[in-house]
Design a protein around this ligand. Structure first.
Ligand SMILES: [Zn+2]
Length: 326
């Protein structure tokens, strides 16, 4: 090897090494954790903990024997949040009623033990008629979000909407608390569910489950339109050792972030009120005065930061699985 060529080769090799180590640093556990922490600030401590810090301690809706918790630990009062959107969830899980000119769209249905109390009772307390429920959108097929679906389908004839893979999962189960809803509408990416004057856009965001669906829709705040991004699946513990599912999760969170930005979303909602303080913020509605900012409006930047936390936490875990001894 000539001297000049050897020098060129050494420089080239050095550059390659340098770029590899820069890439490794940018794709390390620490860097993804740092990106997630920066995006979360203190606003999204709940989702940061559930996806980055303590993923085994998230109170999900998995199978196994279940003890119905004391009502005092979960009951929350229903609340009107926007002109046409009502919180009817618990302190732990969210459920929503979107009122349209032709009936109600319910988003997520809680564990079976909470449905009569929060959804049926909550709607009545708010002056809404459960008999006018036309659609039930299920973000994913886990018990903490779908056990009320069969009741709403059977009692009121509501159409249940859920991703194909999650319908498959439910159909394979022998039974489930609250009963198994029968397959009505299979959610597809970009599909629009329209009822009267209101349209909800479905966005496939697999990861937490293979059929997880997120939602984009517009509500009114004292007549002013506001776009909501509803993130359909959060906790990572059930896919924590599965790199391919984590990759899907990281990608779909980033995708939903782009779609939320395109739609101009300034409100972020999830199906776990423990992760986004939904019940706490609902209580703030009682003291909101004219001209006050809305407790749910976090701006487009806030929506983007939330979804960055979810995506970066998945990438941090992928990096952890790649690191020997972690
Ligand atoms: Zn779940």
């Amino acid at each position: 090897m000539g001297t000049r060529f050897a020098r060129m080769f050494a420089t080239f090799a050095g550059l390659c090494l340098a770029s590899t180590s820069v890439q490794a640093a940018a794709d390390s556990v620490d860097e993804h954790l740092r990106a997630a922490k920066t995006a979360a600030g203190l606003d999204f401590a709940g989702v940061l903990v559930s996806t980055c810090v303590a993923p085994d301690n998230t109170g999900g809706g998995g199978g196994g024997p279940r003890v119905i918790p004391d009502r005092a630990t979960w009951h929350a009062e229903p609340a009107k949040i926007y002109d046409n959107l009502y919180f009817i969830g618990t302190k732990v899980h969210s459920a929503w009623a979107l009122k349209t000119s032709e009936g109600i769209i319910i988003i997520d249905t809680l564990f079976n033990y909470a449905i009569e109390d929060e959804i049926i009772g909550g709607l009545k307390k708010l002056g809404l008629d459960p008999a006018t429920i036309k659609y039930v959108l299920i973000s994913h097929g886990h018990g903490d979000h779908d056990e009320g679906a069969a009741l709403l389908q059977q009692r009121y004839g509501a159409k249940v909407v859920m991703g194909a893979a999650d319908w498959d999962g439910i159909e394979k189960m022998a039974d489930k608390p609250g009963g198994k809803p029968k397959r009505d509408i299979v959610a597809t990416d970009g599909q629009k569910i329209t009822l009267g004057d209101t349209t909800v856009t479905l966005v496939s965001t697999p990861g937490h489950t293979p059929g997880t669906t997120s939602f984009l829709f517009t509500v009114k705040d004292n007549g002013k339109p506001v776009t909501v991004a509803y993130s359909g699946g959060t906790a990572l513990q059930i896919i924590y050792k599965d790199v391919s599912k984590l990759n899907i999760y990281a990608d779909t969170q980033a995708k939903f972030g782009r779609m939320a930005a395109e739609a101009g979303a300034t409100v972020l909602m999830t199906n776990h009120s423990v992760f986004d303080n939904a019940a706490t913020r609902a209580q703030l509605m009682a003291v909101r005065k004219a001209g006050d900012p809305h407790p749910y409006d976090i701006g487009a930047g806030g929506v983007a930061r939330y979804l960055t936390v979810m995506s970066e936490c998945a990438k941090a875990q992928i990096a952890r699985l790649r690191t020997p001894g972690s």
